[in-house]
Ligand binder design. Structure first.
Ligand code: HEM
Ligand code: HEM
Length: 163
């Protein structure tokens, strides 16, 4: 895998677009959750544009994550700051790959629940939702600790592209 000095414009754009899309999924999920409850109870699902939004935004996250994975493999990612402790390098790597996995597993589990009526997939969707939130919390704390405690200016890497 390549070792560039920074992320490309496309990688940075995809990082922040994904953040907005994922935030929308957490903020606007009520209509989808209610529709699912109605479906499980054998009732009728009344169309709500926010149901279509949840499906479409989730599908877009999956597509963009595959594009991102392609760029991650073809372009690579900058190495961690030289001063970084070996254990933290491993945690950072694991966190980043876990993000890619969750950003694909969330839409897949949601789609299997919604389109095939598989209740186990909805349970998985709910567990993964918590795992993704925990990962985001860890990731944001790590970014802030890097910025303000280690002073590695890490956030600049997700703002300033290399060619
Ligand atoms: C990155 C993508 C996605 C994220 C972050 C996400 C997030 C969420 C969240 C936070 C909930 C609320 C769970 C609760 O009631 O507390 C939810 C529910 C649900 N989502 Fe998604 N979702 C994504 C993609 C999808 C997709 C693509 C589909 C369907 C095609 C889908 C179908 C569902 C269903 C059926 C529920 C109701 C499940 C239940 O309440 O047990 N999701 N989703
Ligand atoms: C939904 C929320 C987020 C997701 C899914 C996410 C995902 C990711 C992933 C997968 C990477 C690794 C890219 C790679 O090298 O393969 C990454 C890197 C990064 N993220 Fe996030 N991120 C999120 C939110 C944030 C937020 C809120 C911040 C800032 C406070 C942030 C700051 C960074 C920085 C600085 C890097 C670069 C780390 C480095 O160069 O080693 N991220 N993010």
């Amino acid at each position: 895998m390549a070792h560039p000095t920074g992320y490309t414009r496309a990688q940075i754009a995809l990082h922040w677009i994904t953040l907005v899309l994922v935030a929308l999924q957490y903020i606007l999920h009520d209509a989808m959750s209610e529709a699912w409850e109605a479906l499980v109870a054998g009732g009728e699902v009344v169309f709500d544009p926010l149901i279509a939004q949840h499906v479409a935004t989730g599908a877009l996250v999956a597509v963009l994550t595959f594009v991102r994975l392609g760029l991650r493999i073809s372009h690579g990612a900058p190495p961690p700051p030289a001063s970084e402790h070996a254990a933290l390098k491993v945690v950072a790597q694991a966190t980043h790959w876990a993000f890619y996995a969750l950003l694909i597993l969330m839409p897949v589990s949601g789609a299997v629940a919604w389109f095939n009526g598989v209740e186990g997939a909805a349970v998985a969707h709910n567990v993964l939702k918590l795992a993704l939130l925990a990962l985001i919390a860890l990731h944001v704390v790590a970014a802030l600790v890097h910025q303000f405690v280690f002073r590695t200016n890490l956030i600049a890497r997700m703002k300033t592209p290399v060619a």
